[in-house]
Design a protein around this ligand. Structure first.
Ligand SMILES: Cc1ncc(C[n+]2csc(CCOP(=O)(O)OP(=O)(O)O)c2C)c(N)n1
Length: 1025
């Protein structure tokens, strides 16, 4: 390999700078048909034959020669032999004889290699032709006819690359001229334009390149690093005759275009003044998706998960997923009443799940469209997570059965960072879905914004280049070209299991603007003038097929009236729909988890404690290396040893508490998946769920997977450095099944704000909007530990502000109250102060009969604090619901004479500090301390009971966070509600502040001291009311 590189390097002695300088200036757009106009004798004809642009060709020859010296021309054979023997530059080359113009001449001349003088020109011309072919492969898409309106360049630039032959005078760039057009050139192995021929006249070479790269399809792929993949694509687009369709295929395509178009027209007729975000102008999206699905189904896929924005959603629901039309039409009826709790908003946001037969392949296929918020592209990682989960549950390790399709708008695809974050998950072992087909509905506008103002990249799809995904731009006005690229895209995914992009370039949709209520002439006058002159795609395609004789006008009209009738009948039926069942729009049903009418099967939660035996067993595995001949790091040995010691003394720290919860759920068949940045070791080096052999590279061991004979699998995976993408992904993963504990851990809690879109749009309101439950767990390291403003707060105040419980209502206490209030809230927010409580809340997350998002604020440096431990007694004999919601700190003074009742939310360590301070000040009989662990759903009945024990005490809320942050604003009105607002609730803690914490260690320590002083200053609250 070294020799090869050296030789190849020697073959690049001469720069192509002069050529580039001479020709890279911008040239005006030229007609796209190759017409020889006049002949130039360009100075580059004198260029030495080994230029920068030719070196790739020479390299390829060299590789071929290494494999078989006879596979290259004799002159190259001699040259490589000499070069390899160490001949200095310029001395390795020996002239072969001149060749005739014809193929036969070319062949016979090979035997005369060494004697003739004109071979130098021949070599130069061949190199030029090789460069020319390569230029089309790389830059042909810039001149492809992609814009159906012919007014906007899809790459935002009318620049025609200097090396693309638009007229014969440009041949001079390559040192060729018009007289070379009829010369025959041998084709390199990196092109398939020859079909079965290995040489072609230059004129034909250019024509075929034009056909392959410059018509209605623009292929971007030459940035892909893998030669095999490049060859695959070249073959798909260059081989003569690839775009041939059978009569049946054309008819099916026409029928699909009829459905797509007439559906839009039907909606327009019936609800002309309603927003629909129609697909008008890009109706070929429907056959595009159907083609991808058909081809994938033929390749073995039986489950397709899709995510898409507003544009064309109704059409996709009707004609791709095949939702009953009456169910869609009735959504336009404003009098439709909701039968269930969801907030409606069906048409553009709800999802759908449908299992049916694929008519083309006659195979079963499940299609789901994920519910999505208005936030464009936010659904992308969610779709990926759900797809990964579906693959995981059916053992589809390489994505042969389950796949995802993501649809995008051009402006959103270019502008939203989540697109990039999602692409970056595409090839990571624990996140890959083994290839997604992306389809961009590129209507060349973003609401009213012209793409020239909306992106800096030439195409809206350039983001896909980062993962080496090929990009197929296609003029959406040519349904056959669309169908072709979609077939190739599906084949690509099936072959390489990598992402691919289809960019459907269409005239702006719909004709009326961003939606049907807009006046697009305000902002895009010329574009829409042009659009109004356009013939609809369907009409153009129908005319084409009738003129080809593929269908008759009568057949075409029958197809139209058949579908119109279907729509009319469904419309009549839709009038009978009086009630809307939002649960019929679920994208991820959980069969068997709920009763038939979608309710939890019970309103009780089993005991969350665990047997002594199981605790010990899990603890022992967590302290061991359960495989043979595995060398762990010395430091880790000490950690494992200390774990073993803790287990012997029947105690756990935070990491072991978590181990106990995960390990026990695995025994019960619950999958556990923990994902986030550096979670395998744990940001604070406390977890160590993956052991690394110190002697064998990449050899690892996950003891959690060695716990029980038939346990469920445990997945722990370090993620890419993304919050938005990875949290969205895990949310999607948790959607697929209720029988999994899926956790996402932020490196520091404050980083959750870069995933705010997922939290605000999916996690907090998901069930209310879309009747879809989800048990995702967010672990958010939080705490005022002097780490400065950037690493202190997970922003509990924000999570608490979004809780849906009513601060002014004291709940009705029923037998099932403890569980029911959890069911009624939108999410559960807790700050577990002990390892045991953390253990219980994790177990309850699965044992409760429904799924709810769970937000846990977790400790950081306190993970290793000697006091932050729990006894087995707290894990086997107690259960979650009331024992640990509110912890009464030895308030043993039963004379009801406490002066102060301090409610606190502090990690155990700080709580001990408070206790110590209370003791040090001799105030045990004056100050009662009660720690609240659960905020939403707030354990108000327990607070009430506690308050009633101290009728004369001042009530004080004590927190470490600044007053305007943390929990105070949430708990204050709720505590007051429990006492009919008869007493005030005071505050002890830091003052309000803009930053979450001081960055100065000294100030931090002073604040802590002041905090203890004010907390126990009995006078502070007197006379304030
Ligand atoms: C994250 C986000 N920002 C802004 C919007 C408001 N918005 C709705 S549609 C739209 C234009 C989208 O353009 P494009 O992605 O090209 O899709 P098109 O509507 O043209 O099909 C905008 C800005 C949004 N929905 N989501």
């Amino acid at each position: 390999m070294h020799r090869l590189r050296t030789c190849a390097a020697r073959l690049r002695p001469l720069a192509a700078s002069r050529t580039v300088q001479n020709y890279s200036h911008k040239q005006p757009a030229a007609p796209r048909t190759f017409q020889p106009i006049r002949c130039f004798t360009a100075p580059v004809a004198a260029e030495p034959f080994l230029s920068g642009t030719s070196s790739n060709y020479v390299e390829e020859m060299y590789f071929a020669w290494l494999e078989n010296p006879k596979s290259v021309h004799k002159s190259w054979d001699v040259f490589f032999r000499n070069a390899n023997a160490g001949a200095p530059p310029g001395m390795a080359y020996q002239s072969p004889p001149p060749l005739g113009m014809s193929l036969s001449g070319l062949a016979s001349a090979q035997s005369l290699v060494s004697a003739q003088p004109n071979v130098e020109k021949l070599v130069e011309d061949h190199l030029a032709v090789q460069s020319l072919i390569r230029a089309y492969q790389i830059r042909g898409h810039h001149v492809a006819q992609l814009d159906p309106l012919g007014i906007m360049d899809a790459d935002l630039d009318s620049f025609v690359p200097a090396d693309i032959i638009t007229s014969s005078d440009k041949l001079g760039f390559y040192g060729l001229d018009e007289s070379d057009l009829d010369k025959v050139f041998r084709l390199p192995t990196t092109t398939f334009i020859g079909g079965s021929e290995s040489a072609l006249p230059l004129r034909e070479i250019i024509r075929r390149l034009e056909m392959a790269y410059c018509q209605h399809i623009g292929v971007e792929f030459m940035f892909i690093n893998d030669l095999e993949q490049c060859q695959w694509i070249r073959e798909k687009f260059e081989k003569p005759g690839v775009m041939q369709f059978t009569l049946d295929e054309k008819r099916t395509l026409l029928a699909r275009m009829v459905r797509a178009t007439r559906f839009e027209e039907f909606l327009q007729r019936k609800w002309s003044s309603e927003k629909r975000f129609g697909l008008e102008g890009c109706e070929s999206l429907i056959p595009a998706l159907k083609t991808i699905i058909d081809r994938s189904s033929a390749n073995g896929v039986d489950n397709v998960i899709m995510g898409m924005p507003h544009r064309g959603r109704l059409n996709v629901l009707a004609n791709v997923i095949r939702k009953e039309l009456e169910q869609i039409f009735c959504q336009f009826d404003s009098k439709l009443e909701a039968a269930d709790e969801g907030s409606g908003d069906v048409k553009y946001h709800l999802g759908m799940y449908h299992r049916r037969i694929n008519r083309v392949t006659e195979r079963d296929i499940t299609l789901s469209l994920m519910a999505n918020p208005s936030h464009l592209e936010a659904v992308d990682p969610v779709v990926q997570g759900k797809t990964k989960a579906e693959q995981f549950y059916c053992g589809d390790t390489d994505g042969k059965k389950v796949m995802s399709i993501l649809l995008h708008g051009d402006a959103a695809f270019a502008g939203q960072g989540i697109v990039y974050e999602t692409f970056h998950l595409s090839d990571l072992p624990s996140y890959t879905t083994h290839g997604t087909v992306h389809v961009v509905v590129n209507n060349q506008i973003g609401f009213t914004t012209d793409p020239r103002m909306a992106r800096s990249s030439p195409y809206p799809t350039d983001v896909a280049r980062v993962v080496n995904a090929p990009i197929f731009h296609v003029n959406a006005d040519d349904p056959e070209a669309v169908m072709y690229v979609c077939n190739v895209a599906a084949e690509w995914r099936a072959t390489f299991h990598k992402d691919v992009v289809v960019d459907l370039v269409s005239p702006s949709t719909p004709r009326n603007g961003h939606n049907e209520m807009d006046e697009p002439m305000f902002t895009q006058p010329l574009m829409y003038k042009q659009i109004k002159k356009q013939k609809p795609v369907l009409q153009k395609y129908a005319e084409r097929l009738t003129s080809e004789g593929a269908v008759t006008q009568q057949e075409y009209e029958e197809e139209i009236s058949k579908y119109d009738k279907i729509c009319e009948e469904a419309y009549e039926r839709s009038k009978d729909e009086k009630i809307m069942h939002i649960k019929h729009w679920l994208d991820s049903p959980w069969p068997g988890f709920f009763t038939l009418d979608g309710q939890p099967k019970s309103m009780s939660c089993p005991h969350t404690g665990l047997s002594e035996e199981d605790l010990t067993h899990i603890g022992e595995v967590a302290s061991s290396v359960p495989v043979e001949d595995f060398t762990v790091h010395g430091g880790l040995k000490r950690i494992l040893k200390s774990r073993a010691d803790m287990i012997k003394s029947r105690t756990v720290d935070w990491a072991l508490g978590e181990y106990m919860a995960f390990g026990s759920l695995l025994k019960e068949g619950i999958n556990v998946r923990l994902s986030g940045q550096d979670v395998e070791r744990g940001t604070f080096s406390h977890r160590h769920h993956v052991l690394h052999d110190q002697n064998v590279d990449k050899r690892t061991c996950i003891p959690m997977n060695h716990l029980w004979p038939n346990q469920a699998p445990y997945t722990v995976c370090n993620s890419s450095l993304s919050e938005y993408g990875v949290l969205g992904f895990e949310l999607g993963f948790a959607m697929a099944s209720p029988n999994a504990l899926v956790l996402w851990e932020a490196q520091f809690g404050d980083f959750n704000n870069t995933a705010q879109g997922i939290i605000d749009q999916f996690i907090s309101p998901g069930q209310a909007k879309w009747v879809r439950q989800n048990g995702i767990v967010l672990l958010l390291p939080h705490g005022m530990e002097g780490m400065g403003p950037e690493h202190s707060s997970a922003r509990p105040e924000r999570f608490l502000q979004m809780c849906n419980d009513d601060s002014d209502m004291f709940p009705k206490i029923t037998d099932d109250f403890a569980v029911r209030q959890l069911y009624d809230c939108n999410w559960i927010v807790v700050n577990c102060s002990t390892p045991a409580n953390y253990f219980h809340v994790l177990r309850r997350q699965i044992l409760q009969p429904f799924r709810k998002p769970l937000i846990i604020f977790t400790p950081k440096s306190l993970l290793r604090h000697p006091e932050a431990k729990s006894s087995f007694n707290d894990m086997n004999s107690v259960t979650w619901d009331k024992d640990v919601c509110l912890i009464n700190n030895n308030n043993n003074n039963n004379n009801n004479n406490y002066n102060v009742c301090l409610f606190v939310c502090l990690f155990l360590h700080r709580d001990y500090e408070l206790n110590r301070e209370r003791t040090a000040r001799g105030m045990e009989a004056d100050v009662a301390i009660a720690r609240i662990e659960v905020f939403c759903a707030c354990c108000l009945h327990l607070v009430k009971a506690e308050v009633e024990r101290f009728p004369n005490a001042e009530l004080v809320w004590c927190q470490e966070e600044h007053k305007n942050q943390g929990y105070y604003d949430y708990v204050k009105p709720r505590i007051r509600t429990t006492i009919n607002r008869e007493r005030p609730v005071w505050y002890a803690g830091r003052d309000p502040a803009a930053a979450p914490a001081t960055g100065n260690k000294h100030t931090h320590l002073q604040e802590l001291k002041r905090f203890l002083d004010t907390t126990f200053n009995m006078e502070a609250f007197k006379g304030l009311s």
